[in-house]
Ligand binder design. Structure first.
Ligand code: 5RP
Length: 225
């Protein structure tokens, strides 16, 4: 099975977590795109979706799937029933690195506003320790130098993502060369740095994967958090 086929399999498997009459949070990236394409087949059974990026909203609408603002959705329901999204890495506790596509802030907000987070990945995303994938951090532009200094002191080789501005008008710093043995502690540390909007670690301090559906050459593995 190719990597693309593994992504399709986990996207289809994620449909079983979508409840009739619910509002579904939808992530960003190539695996989330496969989920959007699969969701189109059951679009009439859900109220609608909340999108984690402009790109995702556009793809959902292209399939005729209703897209709601999160604020409007939460006037109708207390929580979204499920958030479905990919990840750049996941470890043995279902802690994640996200933000390769730069949508980490909206992704984290919607994941936290959902009753559960079903993470869909292919087997290449499984790691012992997070950090081989550069850790994205969304930063308010005027804080770039300050946050870069902090990030470097925490062991990162910090590089600004050139030519990229987030949907929220901010920049992304990518922290290369980190070996993250305590993902929650690092997420909490970044949560206290002024100028940081969101750190790309998703641990129990925000929302780790409640379930990871991992596509392997032989099928879909279900990994509970
Ligand atoms: C976007 C993300 C994506 O979930 C992550 O980059 C994985 O993307 P893909 O499914 O294309 O590998 O966090 O901000």
């Amino acid at each position: 099975m190719t990597q693309d086929e593994m992504k399709e399999k986990v996207a289809e498997a994620a449909l079983t977590y979508v409840q009739d009459g619910s509002i579904v949070g939808v992530g960003t990236g190539s695996t989330a795109n496969k989920f959007i394409d699969a969701l189109a087949a059951m679009k009439d059974r859900i109220i609608g979706t909340v999108a984690s990026s402009e790109a995702t909203a556009e793809r959902l609408r292209s399939h005729g799937i209703a897209v709601l603002e999160l604020n409007d959705a939460l006037k109708q329901v207390k929580q979204l029933s499920v958030y479905i999204d990919g990840a750049d890495e996941f470890d043995g506790d279902n802690n994640l690195i996200k933000g390769g596509g730069g949508a980490l802030t909206r992704e984290k907000i919607i994941a936290c506003a959902s009753a559960s987070f079903v993470c869909i990945v292919d087997a290449s995303k499984q790691v012992k320790h997070l950090g081989a994938f550069p850790l994205p951090v969304e930063v308010i532009p005027m804080a770039e130098s300050y946050v870069t200094g902090i990030a470097n002191s925490l062991g990162g080789n910090t590089i600004r993502r050139e030519g990229f501005i987030t949907d929220n008008g901010n920049i992304i710093l990518d922290l290369h060369g980190m070996v993250i043995t305590d993902a929650p502690a690092l997420e909490e540390r970044f949560n206290h740095v002024p100028g940081v909007v969101t750190c790309g670690i998703f641990s129990h301090f925000s929302r780790k994967g409640d379930v990871v559906l991992m596509g392997t050459p032989t099928g879909v593995e279900v990994i509970e958090g």
